[in-house]
Design a protein around this ligand. Structure first.
Ligand code: CA
Length: 225
């Protein structure tokens, strides 16, 4: 699950991110509200601080809601809890008052995520594949690794998407080449190998795309089956 954390306080962000990572989440952090709406690709839940230095968090929430159904949890300091609140009028899904318990935050994140998934219907459940901190969004065509956006070429993404949607099963070279390139040719295997090598480098997880000698490739956890 990938979290967009909009939080200007460095200390809070520095404490929160490792805690979220320990719960298997990845994060992107923005210290400003302006432009947050441009960082929604691949994001599953937004944690939005209301007290931001450049724009009002409530306005950021409205901007997000104007373009996306991504769940938003508004976070505010105690003094800010008034009728604005909660941003519930601005389309936020939930809110938390600082200081909050990390366990409660994680529970709320899972709750809004589950709720939105159920609203989206059962088919939406397979649109995002996460393995070892790499999140492949098959619908939005975005990839993040450890919370960082990874820029892939169209073919690189298609190779990764095919592997990611195969649930850890081996994809033969022939199948990958046929599905991604739509044809085969004498140098196809070599081209595929080059794409896989670039993918490994860009993801920063060389062991994630595993070679199955003489057969093809699969996605797997390091040292796992
Ligand atoms: Ca703040």
């Amino acid at each position: 699950m990938h979290i967009l954390l909009v939080e200007d306080d460095d200390r809070i962000a520095a404490a929160l991110r490792p805690a979220l990572h320990r719960h298997g989440m990845t994060t992107t952090r923005l210290a400003r509200g302006r432009g947050a709406v441009d960082h929604l690709a691949g994001v599953d839940v937004v944690l939005l601080d209301l007290g931001l230095p450049d724009v009002d968090g409530v306005d950021v929430c409205r901007e997000i809601r104007a373009v996306s159904e991504v769940p938003v949890i508004v976070v505010s300091a105690r003094g800010e809890v008034d009728d604005r609140i909660l941003g519930l009028h601005s389309g936020a899904d939930d809110y938390l008052v600082k200081p909050y318990d990390i366990g409660e935050l994680v529970a709320r994140v899972h709750a809004v995520y589950r709720r939105r998934r159920m609203e989206a219907g059962p088919d939406a459940a397979v649109d995002v594949v996460e393995i070892d901190g790499v999140v492949v969004d098959l619908t939005r065509h975005t990839v993040t690794a450890g919370g960082r956006a990874v820029a892939l070429t169209r073919k690189e993404f298609q190779v990764l998407a095919l592997l990611a949607s195969s649930g850890g099963a081996v994809c033969t070279r022939g199948r990958i080449v046929a599905e991604v390139w739509g044809r085969s040719w004498a140098g196809a295997n070599r081209t595929l190998d080059v794409h896989v090598a670039t993918l490994r480098t860009k993801l920063g997880r060389p062991e994630l795309v595993q070679t199955v000698r003489g057969v093809g490739y699969r996605l797997g956890l390091p040292g796992g089956e």
